[in-house]
Write a new protein. Structure first.
Length: 298
């Protein structure tokens, strides 16, 4: 018997066979069998427990900014957390729900004269995604500011993990290994000068806008930094800027980005990624590994 999740959970916003291209920053991606937008932890727990009990595949998505969903879509249940976006401040700690935009958290910190999150002023992901990936930019990383995160295990159990238990590494956290859902995170910051905080955020955002193709759909930085190299420089030196497959193109503004220039598909993105990886390996003997998360059916 096929379960209709819309009937099963009438109080939760759920869509069936919903194209994920409506939600990803690349504007690509096939349909989710079921797509849910829980508004609170209780609703997340209902969905996660149900998927676990039914042995239904479960995928968690935040802002879908550093993500490629394949054109075949995603089987089972997909949860998008962006309806959970509360941000609160207590002394020098900022607590944010998983679906809150990382950029919004930096603004709240700035408005309370709290320093430490300036590096994230332009990171387009969610808090959950930032913890999951240990998002970073301009020398800062999420691991330097997160004191703890509340997570939900695949069986619906809720627990807190401190910074050490989150086992942060380069674009890594323990959440990637245990199939957990990030529910919220605490950012431990310091009192600072609001004008100085604002100036630094403005400077980093100006630098980002000058270097990155923010005017076109993209999944952000595509490749991890190879040891001893910079991915963007290798791609540039390989003469790959402007390389196009279908509607996806290696950005002419920043070689580390792949942009959607003309109704590109996820397959177009993957074709560009594979061509870049092969060319860089052939020319320089360096293996480029993707930073972007690639999920879904072929």
């Amino acid at each position: 018997m096929t379960v209709n999740l819309i009937d099963q959970f009438p109080e939760i916003e759920i869509k069936q066979n919903e194209p994920l291209s409506h939600y990803t920053n690349t504007k690509t991606g096939g349909p989710a069998d079921w797509l849910a937008f829980p508004a609170n932890v209780d609703q997340v727990q209902q969905l996660v427990t149900f998927a676990h009990d039914q042995k239904m595949p479960l995928t968690i998505i935040g802002n879908a900014s550093n993500l490629i969903v394949k054109d075949g879509g995603i089987a089972g249940l997909v949860i998008i957390t962006t309806a959970m976006k509360e941000i609160s401040v207590h002394d020098t700690t900022v607590t944010a729900d998983a679906g809150a935009a990382y950029i919004d958290v930096t603004k709240v910190a700035r408005d309370h004269s709290l320093t430490g999150l300036e590096f994230a002023a332009g990171i387009p992901g969610s808090v959950g995604g930032a913890v999951f990936m240990n998002a970073g930019a301009y020398g800062g990383e999420t691991q330097f500011v997160v004191s703890k995160a509340t997570i939900m295990l695949p069986d619906g159990t809720i627990k807190e993990l401190n910074n050490q238990e989150l086992d942060f590494g380069y674009r890594h956290s323990s959440v990637q290994d245990n199939g957990a859902v990030v529910l919220s995170a605490d950012f431990q910051l310091k009192k600072g000068d609001q004008a100085a905080i604002t100036a630094k955020m403005d400077d980093l955002n100006a630098r980002r806008a000058a270097k990155q193709p923010l005017d076109l759909p993209s999944c952000g930085s595509v490749f991890k930094r190879p040891k001893g190299y910079y991915a963007g420089k290798l791609i540039h030196d390989a003469g790959l800027q402007g390389y196009t497959s279908g509607g996806a193109q290696v950005s002419t503004k920043h070689a580390g980005f792949i942009v959607n220039i003309n109704h590109g598909t996820a397959t177009d993105y993957l074709n560009v990624i594979h061509h870049v990886q092969k060319t860089v390996h052939d020319k320089f003997g360096v293996d480029l590994h993707t930073e972007v998360r690639i999920i879904g059916r072929d």
